[in-house]
Design a protein. Structure first.
Lengths: 114, 113
């Protein structure tokens, strides 16, 4: 069965610092991979996605993620965070066998301190 | 431009009472539609998806059902609510086919007491 693990429930960083949010998945093939952000009391917004090709994908607002197949990981990175980046970040996986299903990780709550 | 609208925005319901949550997509014909549930402070679980009118596939049921009575409408319902149904319900849509982005609605917050 597919699973998505985000090992860090909460991350706190200072404004201007770099960021990495971790995501590992369990799936026999290469799934489609996503990162979403959820601001308080709102729906989800897509940050970036990976389907194939270059393993480093660029997203909105300076976010990027790297797909490492050998490690089954898809970590999210940002070079310099802003206070407005404070939110909950979800990693998600969609199996190639059924792209109509999304499996989400448990989320990482990011707090950016001034 | 396509818009997704969920209703109601929030509900407080009694255990054992019925529930109906709605989702409408405007500006896109034949979208794929999805329901997700998020327990308070928890992750998202996909409940159902539909790729065509009248056809709904279950992913995780949680004693809920879904229907797609019209091309642009997706309904989530139950006849008897449980305390465990409390949480945040999100509807989403995507165009048909691979490599399609999901667009999420702003959600319905449900409290069962």
């Amino acid at each position: 069965a597919q699973s998505v693990t985000q090992p860090d429930a909460r991350v706190t960083v200072s404004e201007g610092a770099s960021l990495q949010l971790r995501c590992k998945y369990s799936y026999s093939g290469t799934p489609y991979l996503f990162w979403y952000v959820q601001y308080p009391r709102q729906g989800l917004q897509l940050l970036l996605k990976y389907y194939s090709g270059d393993p480093v994908v660029q997203g909105v607002n300076g976010f990027e993620a790297e797909f490492i197949k050998s490690n089954s990981s898809f970590h999210l990175r940002k070079a310099s965070v802003h206070w407005s980046d404070s939110a909950v970040y979800f990693c998600a996986v969609s199996p190639m066998s059924n792209y109509n299903v999304l499996y989400f990780g448990s989320g990482t709550k990011l707090t950016v301190e001034p | 431009a396509q818009t997704i609208h969920q209703w109601p925005v929030a509900e407080i319901k009694a255990v054992g009472s019925p529930l109906s949550l709605g989702c409408t997509i405007k500006g896109k014909s034949s979208p794929n539609l999805y329901w997700y549930w998020q327990a308070t402070g928890g992750t998202l679980q996909q409940l159902f998806y539909s790729i065509t009118v009248g056809q709904v596939e279950s992913v995780v049921q949680l004693n809920l059902s879904a229907s797609r009575p019209k091309d642009d409408q997706f309904i989530l319902s139950t006849e008897k609510l449980l305390l465990s149904h409390s949480g945040f319900y999100l509807c989403a849509w995507s165009p048909e086919g691979l490599y399609s982005d999901y667009t999420f609605g702003s959600g319905t917050r449900l409290l069962v007491i």
